[in-house]
Design a protein around this ligand. Sequence first.
Ligand SMILES: NC(=O)c1ccc[n+]([C@@H]2O[C@H](COP(=O)([O-])OP(=O)(O)OC[C@H]3O[C@@H](n4cnc5c(N)ncnc54)[C@H](O)[C@@H]3O)[C@@H](O)[C@H]2O)c1
Length: 260
Amino acid sequence: MSNLLAGKTALVLGIANKWSIAYAIASAFVREGATLVLTYQGERQRETVEELGAELKATKILNCDVTKQEELDALVAELKNLSPTVDAVVHSIAFANRDDLSRPFLATSREGYTLALDVSSYSLVAVARALTPLMTNGGSITTLTYLGSTRVVQNYNVMGVAKAALEACVRYLANELGPQKIRVNCISAGPIKTTSARGIRDFSKVLDGVAAIAPLRRNTDPAEVGDTAVFLASDMGRGVTGNILFVDAGFQIVALGAAG
Ligand SMILES: NC(=O)c1ccc[n+]([C@@H]2O[C@H](COP(=O)([O-])OP(=O)(O)OC[C@H]3O[C@@H](n4cnc5c(N)ncnc54)[C@H](O)[C@@H]3O)[C@@H](O)[C@H]2O)c1
């Protein structure tokens, strides 16, 4: 531990279980000395996230469905009682109907499209609007994206559109919040076996394809995403905003068949 986040309060949204990318990020934050606050999405997740939160010595574990403004407001009210400032926010949240991640993209329903964009893109704007009044010393907001935003990845479908919108949200937020010394970035992670990823049809084929041709000839370790999130949340990342950092074993630079 090098205490890169000592004295900082970090809010991490998006732990469902120990396989969640948010869990790897929260673990890295704690290792670096952050004071941690976690959220869970509804009663169904509470017990698991409370157990993980206890293990990580989180100061508080609060309920927050990001599609419900009243729950975001309640989260902010609780945080105000807890800490004078919030320094780092991690948004590690996405959702699309399983059907929309397996049938042809052309068949995406209006409701499925709206839902995916609401949970996976708009929620970053809602979270930033709710939390920035508490980020009075400046700070960092980090979200998670995927290469399917700019390239066609089979079955990623509406989630690719949601990630494209999310990346655009990052740029607009970074520009508006820069004068308050709040930086906004995305980490574009390579494919990782999590509960959400299992909802994508033939996901294991994607993992195999990446391991075969990524420059590092392997998949992404969630801990690598955690360490990059530490960099962005720390003062080491003070000059970085509006950016997409790829943590993907280098996969995004290669074209199919590039492995030698
Ligand atoms: N796993 C991958 O291969 C991969 C790659 C690149 C980016 N990502 C992104 O990483 C992020 C985290 O996903 P993950 O792979 O860790 O899966 P995960 O299933 O562990 O995490 C997704 C989280 O989103 C939360 N969520 C969904 N709807 C919500 C709502 N309305 N309110 C609050 N929370 C809600 C879930 O509760 C869950 O905790 C997502 O944005 C995902 O798109 C994942």
